[in-house]
Design a protein around this ligand. Structure first.
Ligand code: PLP
Length: 399
């Protein structure tokens, strides 16, 4: 397909997403209330015993008890399923509740898992440490190379766990090829799609079985709630809803679902802004003398830029850079930033920074510093000026 056709297709898809996120038909059950009301109730009552018995046969499709199905939460689940083009979405109390439920829905005692070695820290801890008590063994690999996946799978491999891009070094995995490999050996694939959001990457269409998001990031978008979601086709989601969801009970509350539903309406607008500002700030950082490498999949300098274009339709605004400068100097620099606040998480209106030391294989095992920047809603020119003034200030200190 030509670049022009591809761009036109991308624009059409984005235009559709604006309407899908913002529009709902008028709901006369709620007097046309423009937001889905908060159903603040644990149970639902029935007029006849026959109706009650009918409903309790299928807790996922009837309103019986809010651990199964609450209308405010179901509303959000339907919106998310539509945006991700999934049959079913199920919301959870946190991203981790969603991730652990998804993993437990596909692995059992004695199974083997292959996971990207840069996956989200608590996910790695869950797989690499917690799950060993059920005899589940995980091999962690550099997921950017397809041959590492093929080499790591075993006869008892039941899951390939992906996170593309990863949220430290922003490496990608080839989603189509990983899904193909998994199918060929009878294993499942799960992807943490938090960075790209449901708007900019559709892994289900590329053959991945289950998608998870931390809703606490871009989807919620206002740093006001914690949540997660698992999405997939009916065949994999129905058992997950009836077991890992119902039995662990890590549910999303109706208040959280109402907040997230408001955030979701502006997701396409916010992501366009984050994409443009993120690229602008990342390009600026690429030109800085204290930066040896910028890790942003939307920059042509990213080693997997072409792969990114083939499986994502946009980029978001969390990226990192590697610096040969001492970690203490960069912590001082971070402390002098005005607009970038020091803090974990991302996806809200506010720009954020974290600084960490790591051992670089490229630099002969010497320690390097990795800085993660999250570009929020502020004017990118203000953010660039801020990054500059803080560096001038720490540089004059050390002279
Ligand atoms: C934050 C995050 C999670 C975990 O989500 P919580 O809502 O904090 O439990 C998982 N994956 C990625 C990539 C994240 O950034």
């Amino acid at each position: 397909m030509s670049v022009l056709n591809k761009n036109a297709e991308k624009k059409a898809k984005r235009d559709e997403q604006f309407t899908a996120a913002a529009y709902d038909p008028i709901d006369t059950r709620h007097h046309g209330a423009i937001h889905m009301p908060v159903y603040q109730n644990s149970l639902f009552a029935f007029e006849t015993y026959a109706q009650f018995e009918q409903a309790t046969k299928d807790l996922m499709h009837h309103h019986v008890y809010s651990r199964g199905n609450n209308p405010t939460v179901s509303y959000l689940e339907q919106k998310l399923a539509d945006l991700e083009e999934a049959d079913i979405a199920k919301c959870f109390a946190s991203g981790m509740a969603a991730i652990t439920a998804a993993i437990l829905s596909v692995v059992g005692q004695g199974d083997h898992v292959v996971c990207v070695n840069q996956a989200y820290g608590p996910t790695k801890e869950f797989l690499g440490s917690y799950m060993t008590k059920f005899g589940v063994e995980t091999t962690f690999i550099d997921g950017s190379k397809m041959e590492n996946w093929s080499a790591a799978v075993r006869p008892n491999t039941k899951l390939l766990y992906l996170e593309s891009p990863t949220s430290g070094f922003f490496e990608l995995q080839n989603l189509r090829k990983c899904a193909e490999l998994a199918k060929s050996i009878g294993a499942a694939t799960i992807i943490d799609n938090t960075w790209a959001t449901p708007l900019y990457q559709s892994p289900l269409k590329l053959g991945v079985d289950l998608v998870v998001h931390s809703i606490s990031k871009y989807i919620g978008g206002h740093s006001d709630c914690i949540g997660g979601v698992v999405l997939g086709c009916k065949k994999v989601m129905e058992p997950l809803c009836n077991t890992e969801y119902m039995l662990f009970g890590g549910l999303m509350t109706p208040q959280t679902a109402a907040l997230v539903s408001k955030g979701l309406r502006t997701l396409p607008l916010r992501m366009e802004r984050h994409e443009a500002s993120g690229l602008q700030v990342a390009e600026f950082m690429s030109s800085q003398p204290y930066v040896s490498r910028v890790n942003h999949p939307g920059l042509a300098s990213h080693p997997q830029y072409e792969l990114g274009l083939s499986q994502m339709s946009g980029s978001s605004s969390l990226f990192s850079f590697v610096s040969p400068e001492p970690v203490e100097k960069l912590k001082e620099w971070a402390s002098r930033l005005k607009y970038f606040k020091i803090g974990v998480s991302w996806g809200g209106f506010e720009s954020l920074v974290t600084v960490n030391q790591f051992i670089s294989s490229e630099a002969d095992g010497r320690p390097s510093t990795i800085v993660r920047l999250y570009v929020g809603m502020e004017n990118p020119q203000d953010l660039i000026a801020d990054l500059n003034q803080a560096w001038q200030a720490v540089s004059s200190l050390s002279q």
